[in-house]
Design a protein around this ligand. Structure first.
Ligand code: FES
Length: 273
């Protein structure tokens, strides 16, 4: 049982929760995630990246969007409530080292897991520029956190309601040409990661993406998180979640992710937060 220490609504459907999880807080590294299960032994298990951790306090911070049944249930919990089942830290940590110039690209809720990577890349001595995007102003999260950490932050919205009216790929292409980063890290919706990775490819820039697939056991046994990387089968839970963005078979991954889309939409309409 893990107690919820605080809860904050960041936008209409996005929540930040600080949860008591001493061992995970002490062990976690940027890029790692937890698997959370609600609704008893047969409840759905979902992966969520750890956005922050405080080892001294013994807590981790999760930032999530209420999109499916489990995240809607989670959003209904309040400070003092418990989460029954939390497993982690899982996955391999981000390859944080001194690259030189790093561009971190976050889309929507992907900005949350990107934040500890921006912090880590800065601490490793890199110059870090951030491109963060959302469909509109109300869906933008963690702008102040990013501005306090990165060397430069470029904000874009699809509808132009805040920042520059553009997709993240536009400023990314410009930075590839003028800034010439040594490494690009991209986290966001799969379709955004696909096109952002395609943007850096002609420039031959090392590009890391963090995949968020369907997961069940989180131990490499069930095959639920299977992806194809460079023609080889990999499991996101144990081989990832981060991979070379230029080697991911995006179309195969998008197809597999689409399997549960209708159920997710059904849950979204059924639940009210
Ligand atoms: Fe089962 Fe990765 S979640 S193999």
């Amino acid at each position: 049982m893990n107690t919820i220490l605080s809860k904050q609504r960041l936008s209409a459907e996005v929540f930040r929760m600080e949860i008591e999880a001493k061992e995970i807080a002490e062990a976690r590294k940027p890029g790692q995630f937890i698997i959370l299960q609600m609704g008893g032994d047969f409840g759905e298990r979902i992966p969520l990246t750890i956005a922050d951790a405080d080892p001294a306090k013994g807590s981790i911070t999760l930032i999530f969007q209420a999109v499916g049944e489990t995240t809607h249930r989670l959003a209904l919990l309040e400070k003092g409530d418990f989460i029954e089942n939390l497993l982690g830290p899982l996955g391999r940590p981000t390859d944080i080292k001194k690259y030189g110039k790093v561009v971190c690209v976050g889309g929507g809720i992907g900005v949350a897991p990107l934040f500890p990577i921006v912090q880590g890349m800065k601490m490793a001595g890199n110059e870090v520029k951030v491109i963060m995007g959302a469909r509109n102003k109300d869906l933008l999260i963690m702008e102040d956190d990013m501005k306090a950490t990165a060397d430069e932050v470029i904000v874009v919205t699809d509808d132009g309601s805040y920042g520059r009216k553009a997709l993240v790929t536009e400023p990314l292409k410009e930075l590839c040409e003028t800034y010439k980063p040594d490494c690009v890290v991209i986290i966001g919706p799969p379709i955004m990661m696909k096109f952002a990775a395609l943007t850096t490819k002609p420039y031959g820039i090392h590009t890391i993406v963090s995949l968020n697939t369907i997961m069940i056991d989180g131990t490499g046994m069930c095959g639920g998180c299977r992806v194809t990387i460079g023609g080889k089968t990999k499991f996101v839970c144990v081989d990832g979640p981060e991979f070379d963005g230029h080697l991911v078979d995006w179309d195969n991954m998008l197809l597999r992710l689409g399997t549960y889309k209708s159920k997710e939409q059904e849950a979204h309409h059924r639940c009210h937060v």
